[in-house]
Design a protein around this ligand. Structure first.
Ligand code: PMP
Length: 420
């Protein structure tokens, strides 16, 4: 199959694991390969309500058998969905535009911000990913666009408390990272580039899921707003209960001007979108054409509504908070036992385990992280790694993850670490 993929799809299509997995079925937190081997899914956030949830499958089949068109006809599904979804945000965030992917949502948010501010300049972090369109790829710092970066982007260090800037901590650290944002704004000004805004994932998931120094976001966004820019929270990973709150930006208390959604929104079905302040969206809408053929179609909206129903009906946000605390405690036990674990970080059901080869120097143990991920795959547990140094074990299971699932994860990881 690997040879066939290369022949038909070309090289460079990313695959997980040295020995890739061929999955054929999913159910809840479990995945099954073609030989019937069962894997505990500790990685996939997209099927947030669990793989193939019957209520989501039923909603999809029912609407697909009835009608699927686009938003140029009247249809109540998109309105029912918008009402339900917007009710979950601060009252200032009262408009929704649907897209099909997180990349499209971010692309559109950049456009709306630039339109409203008259600025071009965007600030992002130095170890991030926000999507694959030409405009959004300009903010991609973990891969480099082949054409290089234009004048309209500045990258600031992500707010890492573990390998902290200048060894600082607490408020001084928050100030130091926020000063980097102020410097980026000054650099735009010095080059005659007007600021449009700052786009960040509110939990800095792709950067390595740091414990964000308290106060950092308020200070950084304060500088952005003083300079006339907007705060776009990329909630493509952090949204829909992942953090034990509905939205990742809740922890900082800073309400974004716009935010983008994706991945878990349709539980696997491609639906994404921009939520924003009415004044920003309305001025853009009145002047600029935006239509997206598939976005907001009745099937996608029926599916997304079913996902909301399940998250609420099964209290999955509460589950993420409760089980998340338990998992974090168990990881901290492993941290005491295994020297290679330098730092354990987590928010809700999203965890980063920072592996180090030298605890004092905090030297990233990238090769070992890769070994662990591959070893766990053979032991029937799926996870991955992230971070600037690719040394942070990344775990982000479907939200119905239980303490019993966590116990299996811990026993297996304990064995894998002991065998390093
Ligand atoms: N934003 C973030 C934070 C992401 O992690 C990703 C995908 N990994 C995207 C945006 C892009 O989403 P999509 O792949 O649906 O275009």
């Amino acid at each position: 199959m690997i040879e066939r993929r290369e022949r038909l799809l070309g090289p460079g299509n990313p695959l997980f694991y040295d020995d890739p997995v061929h999955l054929v079925r999913g159910e809840g937190v479990w995945l099954f390969d073609r030989d019937g081997k069962r894997y505990l899914d500790c990685y996939n956030n997209v099927p947030c309500v669990g793989h193939c949830h019957p209520a989501v499958v039923e909603a999809l089949c029912r609407q697909a058998g009835l009608l699927n068109t686009h938003t140029r006809y009247l249809d109540e599904h998109i309105l029912d969905y918008a009402e339900r979804l917007l009710g979950k945000f601060d009252a200032s965030l009262d408009r929704l535009i649907l897209t099909c992917t997180g990349s499209e949502a971010n692309d559109l948010a950049l456009r709306i911000a630039r339109f409203n501010t008259g600025g071009e300049g965007f600030i992002c972090t130095n170890a991030t990913y926000h999507g694959n369109t030409a405009a959004v790829y300009q903010l991609c710092s973990i891969f480099r666009p082949f054409e290089g970066y234009g004048e309209a982007v500045r990258m600031v260090p992500w707010p890492d408390s573990y390998r902290a800037l200048n060894g600082l901590s607490g408020e001084a650290l928050a100030d130091a990272y926020a000063d980097e944002v102020r410097n980026a704004i000054a650099s735009f000004e010095a080059n005659g580039i007007r600021l449009a805004g700052m786009m960040v994932c509110p939990i800095f998931a792709n950067e390595g899921l740091p414990n964000v120094p308290p106060g950092y976001m308020a200070k950084a966004i304060g500088y952005v707003r003083e300079a006339g820019g907007l705060y776009i929270a990329d909630e493509v990973q952090s949204g829909f209960g992942r953090t034990g709150h509905w939205w990742g930006h809740a922890a900082s208390g800073v309400v974004p001007d716009m935010l983008t959604l994706g991945k878990p929104m349709g539980g696997g079905h491609p639906i994404a979108g921009v939520v924003g302040r009415g004044d920003l969206i309305d001025t853009f809408r009145r002047s600029e054409m935006y239509f997206n053929t598939y976005a907001g179609n009745p099937v996608s909206c029926a599916v997304a509504l079913a996902v909301l129903d399940v998250i609420e009906g099964e209290d999955l946000v509460g589950n993420a908070a409760r089980v998340g605390q338990y998992v974090l405690r168990r990881f901290k036990e492993l941290e005491v036992k295994h020297e290679i674990i330098g730092d354990v970080r987590g928010t809700g059901l999203f965890f980063g385990i920072d592996l180090v080869s030298d605890a004092k120097a905090k030297t990233p143990a990238s090769a070992e992280a890769r070994q662990i991920v591959n070893r766990m795959r053979h032991k029937g547990i799926l996870m991955s790694k992230i971070g600037e140094h690719d040394n942070v074990l990344k775990l982000r299971p479907p939200l119905p993850f239980s303490e019993e699932n966590a116990d299996l994860l811990m026993t297996t990881l304990d064995e894998a670490l002991a065998a390093l």
